[in-house]
Design a protein around this ligand. Sequence first.
Ligand code: DGL
Length: 272
Amino acid sequence: MMSPIGIFDSGYGGLTILRTIRQIMPQYDYLYLGDNARTPYGTRSFEVVYEFTLQAVKRLFDEGCPLVILGCNTASAKALRTIQQNDLPLIDPSRRVLGVIRPTAECIGSISHTRHVGIFATPGTIRSHTYDLEIAKLHPDIKVTGVSCPMWVPLVENNEAHMPGADYFVKQKVDEMFTLDPQIDAIILGCTHYPLLLDKIEKYVPANVKVIPQGDYVAQSLQDYLFRHPDMHERITQGGTLRLLTTEHPRQFNENASIFLHHTVEAERIVL
Ligand code: DGL
């Protein structure tokens, strides 16, 4: 039986994380789960995001994953800690669930010179203040400004990210960010869907500002983790395969997922 690395997201966003992880670690088997039928999570309550995320994690465990990455900032902000502390010890203490916020917060210290950093994320991630707290622990001299972008995930999920209409919603939020803090010189894209809007975001931010998709940092951090935990590395099978599961109809998933992954895919539908 295969023991793949599981990657979970509310929809397609985690595919941006899957792609960068597979670029540097193509040898492992991977199992992706997108809860497309119930996306977006960003506007849902703590309780519901936790409940949905736990269902997904259990499913990925049942499929044989010893390690699950929550490739979703909203789930990482709202469900990760409770799953790690309360659920994992009861389900199987030898398995691991990791998130995407900590590795992203780590990278920012060496990127910002003004020590003023912006975060674009879903309303759930912004309201949780998880980025502010993580960055304050690691880099207490950095001032963080969070702006929530409730329209951006629907734009990406509906394949509208490259359409002219998306410009309005992107410019609106970029203007909001720089009105709140004009000294920002680095912006974290704290939602795994947002790299699909990168071109448009870069079009509206001042030229000196770095816009940071988190995929490369999450991938690097996972590689370091597996190097530091050879027992986990040995448990993950290395056939180089990718299997994709979705809670929506696979036809729609296959079309949109190929835009994120830059190759065609055949997903399977599951019920959580
Ligand atoms: N892609 C997810 C994130 O990183 C959330 C999208 C959503 O479901 O709202 O936050």
